[in-house]
Design a protein around this ligand. Structure first.
Ligand SMILES: [Zn+2]
Length: 328
């Protein structure tokens, strides 16, 4: 048998490696949303720190032309002597070209406080944000449920939705969630102690876990929706995001994502799928649709146990979401 010439072998290997290096990237789209403004840990951080954090976060997002909607808890503005500076932080979001939405006044869970108290929280959470938006000729049009709690029973859920529609809101669902707030709590602590090694460790796991979560939701959503819908990512305003969101955006780019507005994402017909999900705990909308279809969401990637353990050790509670016994 004639042995292949070196040239043929070389051409073959070029062709093979050429294929290997340039797999066809799917056209994925994601809208970025950031909750708990002015900052997840606004009660622990002085206004000057929140300003510095926000400047860093918004500069990266603006430079990379990422459209973002930030969701506000106005109660966090009311720290004696700091109100003006904290309102200025919200102003920065709009000055940088981003949009603001309502996340209730005091991060109230519809599942915990009851419909009437929750409605009051929605209204109370509008005053400053609505005013700031009006100064930019914008309207308050998005609402994000704290803890993603959308109601424990269908009647409450539907009444809350009708209330939001009446007040001119569109609910902002989420489909990608990597529990960044858990990593952010530890990061804040490590940053305060100037523990660079710990910060690196946290960032490494934060990026790896998000990558795994994205892969999980891509497959899960394709199974439930029939294709990968325009996704909506949930993040939280924190020093972790201020310092490292650029690397997270790179993780998304590597997976083939481009960044779109929330409005664009919501134009995907997936967001009109039947959704009768009710439960004690809030969850992502892919799970809403799956459970509505009578399907059980598959087990998600395992959240790094050491992050949970250390969070408990440090008695950290961000006041953001309940601890993930099982991420999904
Ligand atoms: Zn929140």
């Amino acid at each position: 048998m004639k042995r292949p010439t070196l040239l043929v072998a070389l051409l073959c290997s070029v062709a093979i490696s050429g294929f290997a290096q340039a797999p066809k990237q799917p056209d994925r789209q994601v809208a970025v949303t950031i909750d708990d403004l002015p900052a997840g840990m606004a009660d622990r951080l002085p206004a000057a720190d929140i300003t510095a954090m926000t400047t860093k976060l918004l500069t990266t997002l603006r430079d990379q032309k990422i459209p973002v909607v930030g969701f506000v808890n106005e109660r966090k503005l009311y720290q004696p002597g700091q109100v003006d500076e904290r309102i200025k932080v919200l102003q920065m979001w709009l000055d940088y070209g981003f949009e603001l939405g309502n996340h209730t006044f005091n991060h109230a869970s519809l599942n915990q406080v009851g419909l009437k108290a929750w409605e009051d929280q929605v209204i109370q959470g509008e005053s400053v944000t609505r005013l700031l938006l009006a100064q930019h000729k914008m309207k308050l049009r998005y609402f994000r449920h704290p803890y993603l709690d959308t109601g424990r029973d269908l009647l409450t859920r539907r009444e809350a939705e009708a209330f939001l529609v009446d007040r001119g809101y569109r609910i902002a669902p989420i489909t990608l969630d990597g529990w960044d707030w858990m990593f952010a709590g530890l990061y804040e602590d490590a940053k305060k102690r100037n523990d660079a090694e710990m910060q690196q460790h946290i960032v490494k796991d934060y990026l790896a876990y998000h990558d795994a979560v994205f892969a999980y939701f891509e497959q899960f959503s394709a199974k439930i929706v029939g294709y990968e819908p325009k996704q909506i990512l949930l993040l939280h305003a924190s020093n972790l995001e201020a310092d490292h969101i650029g690397e997270l955006l790179d993780v998304l780019r590597k997976r083939g994502y481009r960044f779109i507005t929330l409005e664009d994402a919501l134009s995907d017909s997936a967001y009109s799928l039947p959704d009768t999900y009710v439960g004690e705990g809030g969850t992502d909308w892919i799970s809403h649709w799956a459970i509505t279809q009578g399907k059980i969401p598959p087990q998600g990637p395992v959240f790094p146990q050491w992050v949970i353990d250390r969070t408990k050790e440090l008695h950290l509670s961000t006041g953001t979401v309940t601890a993930p016994a099982d991420p999904y």
